[in-house]
Structures are given as C-alpha cells and as structure tokens.
Design a protein around this ligand. Structure first.
Ligand code: APR
Length: 321
C-alpha cells in the first residue's frame, strides 16, 4: 500500500507550515508546488533534512512542474497573495482569482481524483472559483475558514475564563469575512454555556454580554489584527493548523464535525453557494451538512453573512471569472 500523496499548491508562509505539519504528523508524502523557481525545492530540501531528527519517513519534494502532483490524494491550496496592512480580503479578489483559475486547471489535469482544501483568500470566492473551473464534485472541494475562526473564538473565551482552550466548544459560521457569525448561544465549556460562566464571573448580565460582544468582535477582526502586527503578511501558523485538522479528518475517515466552507444545496435555506457551516468530514470529503436551529437574531446575522458571500461571488463573476 502506498503512502498518501499530498500536494501543497503555494509554498509560501502557510504552504511551508503545512508541509512541516504534514511531515511531522506522518500524513503522507508531500509535494510542495510554487511558481517561484527553486523556492519550493529549497524549502522541501530543508524540511527533508529534518526527517532524521524529527523521525518521519514521508518524502518531501519541491517543484515548479505541475506534473509532479500527478495522482495526489489531497491538494491544499494557498497559492495567491496574502493581505497587506489596510487591505481587505476582497481587494485580493482579482489577483487571486487569476491565480486560482490557473491552479484549478492544473489540479484538474494532474490530480482529478483529489479532495481539495482551499485556503487562499477571499476564501468564499476562491473555493467557488476552484469548484467551477475544476468541475470537481462539490463534496470534494472544501474551504478552510470556520476551523480557524472558531479556534480564534475559543482562544479568546479560554483566556477570558482562565480555562484550557481544549475544553472550549465554539463555532463560527457564515462567510470568512467581517460578517462571519460566532455562535454565542452554542459556545460552551464542556457543555456549560459560556454566557452562564460569564454571568457568574461578573455577577452582572449586562457586563457579561459586553465581554462576549468584545470577544465576538475580536474574532471577526482576528485576521486583520495579525496582519497589522506582522506588517509583511497574514496569519500562517493557525490557518495551516486548521487545514491540517480538516485533512486528518478526511485522510483518517474520522467523521469529525467541523465548521467548514461547504457548498449548500438548500441547507440553511441557501442554494448554490459556499458558506461556512458545520459538516461531517470523512473519506469522501464533506459527507453531511449538519443543520442547526438558529434563533431570529442568529438567523439575521447568518442572512447578512450569506448576502456578503453572494455579493462577493457576484463581483467575481462581473469581473469575468
Ligand atoms: N501558482 C502557484 N503558486 C503561486 C501562484 C501561482 N499562480 N502565484 C503565487 N503563488 C505563490 C507565491 O509564490 C507564494 O509563495 O503562493 C505563495 C503564497 O504564499 P505567501 O505569499 O507567503 O502567502 P501565505 O501567507 O502563505 O497565504 C496564502 O492564504 O490565507 C490566505 O490570504 C492568504 O491568500 C493568501 C493565501
């Protein structure tokens, strides 16, 4: 039985961390593709030379030739330009759409059976475009956003409550932009509602609400917060970790329930768009969308986020993609 072959398209900041995590967790052989000559070869060589120390057997190679991804089981795409300070994800639309079109044509040619995870921004548009150009089944093309946004939300809750982040369950739905929807009512610490713990901590419902609102807002702006500090790029450790969690769920057929950018066909009253929702991830990619009851306020936020996604996709289509 051969090892899994995992192609990483884009060998930049996120691509590099993805390669390292893939190797360390022994998920398979890594092929790191980038258009910059020698760059992915250099990263791959550096990483391969750590195998003795880290104790992994998977091969790590770098390439500028798409034919080297032939037969990949999984493709994770980070090709594109990251955000610069002050730039919105949507500003990246035209540049990254051209790149994504090219990537999709090549993945279709060389890895037609792969399950694909898209990370490039603006995420909801890029995953839509990849699906359209490749013609791959919808359940095999998945966007990474919700796992990261939810991890950020969980982190802020853990810091606020002074408890382990491992015990926080928190989910963010909707588009991967400023309209994303952190689900406050469902956020819990091993089953105990976070709002209840905040109310006990502050002994004041209004103050608890204020603290939660601040965490929700920080979650929505968390990508920008990192961009502002880094000045030379956008978040890369956490997006890579998020995609690896999704990849493991698929490669090991774990049936994990994760918030991912999935194609909706009537679920959540949305048809024909990729939106962040809870889904079961297993060997077939997205195996099921899990619907849940939203109250009127949550539904309004979700509707607003879906509207932003549809506008983004419409913008992309108007620009000829
Ligand atoms: N094909 C393949 N790779 C490409 C192409 C292309 N047509 N165009 C650019 N690239 C490569 C760049 O050479 C670069 O190495 O994509 C890589 C992107 O890496 P970084 O610039 O370091 O960006 P990164 O931080 O990894 O983010 C990648 O993910 O989260 C999103 O907003 C982020 O869209 C960005 C993407």
């Amino acid at each position: 039985m051969r090892r899994n072959k995992i192609a990483l398209i884009g060998g930049g900041q996120i691509g590099g961390v993805l390669a390292q995590l893939t190797a360390l967790r022994q998920l398979g052989d890594v092929v790191l593709f980038d258009i910059v000559q020698d760059f992915p070869q250099g990263k791959a060589l550096d990483l391969a030379e750590a195998a003795k120390i880290d104790g992994f057997d998977g091969r790590v190679t770098g390439t500028n030739d798409y034919s080297d991804i032939t037969g990949a089981d999984m493709v994770i795409i980070t090709a594109g330009l990251p955000r610069k300070p002050g730039m919105s994800r949507d500003d990246l639309l035209v540049t990254n759409a051209k790149i994504m079109q090219n990537v999709a044509e090549n993945v279709k040619q060389y890895a037609p059976d792969a399950i694909v995870i898209v990370i490039s921004n603006p995420l909801d548009a890029m995953v839509t475009l990849f699906r359209k150009v490749s013609g791959f089944p919808h359940h095999k093309v998945i966007g990474q956003a919700g796992v990261l946004d939810s991890s950020r939300f969980a982190t802020f809750i853990a810091w606020e409550l002074g408890v382990s982040v491992k015990d926080i369950n928190a989910m963010v739905l909707g588009g991967h932009g400023d309209t994303m929807v952190p689900l406050v009512r469902y956020a819990n610490v091993n089953g105990i509602p976070v709002m209840e713990l905040l109310e006990r901590k502050y002994k004041d419902a209004a103050k608890a609400k204020e603290v939660m609102t601040a965490m929700v807002e920080r979650t929505k702006m968390a990508g920008g917060e990192v961009v502002k500090l880094l000045k030379t790029g956008s978040a890369f450790y956490s997006p890579a970790s998020a995609a690896i969690q999704m990849a493991e769920a698929i490669l090991f057929d774990e049936k994990r329930v994760l918030p991912v950018c999935a194609y909706l066909n009537g679920e959540f009253n949305v048809s024909g768009y990729y939106v962040g929702v809870p889904a079961v991830l297993g060997a077939n990619g997205i195996e099921k969308i899990l619907e849940l009851t939203l109250d009127a306020e949550e539904q309004a936020l979700m509707d607003n986020s879906v509207k932003a996604v549809t506008e983004l996709v419409a913008d992309m289509e108007r620009l000829g993609f």
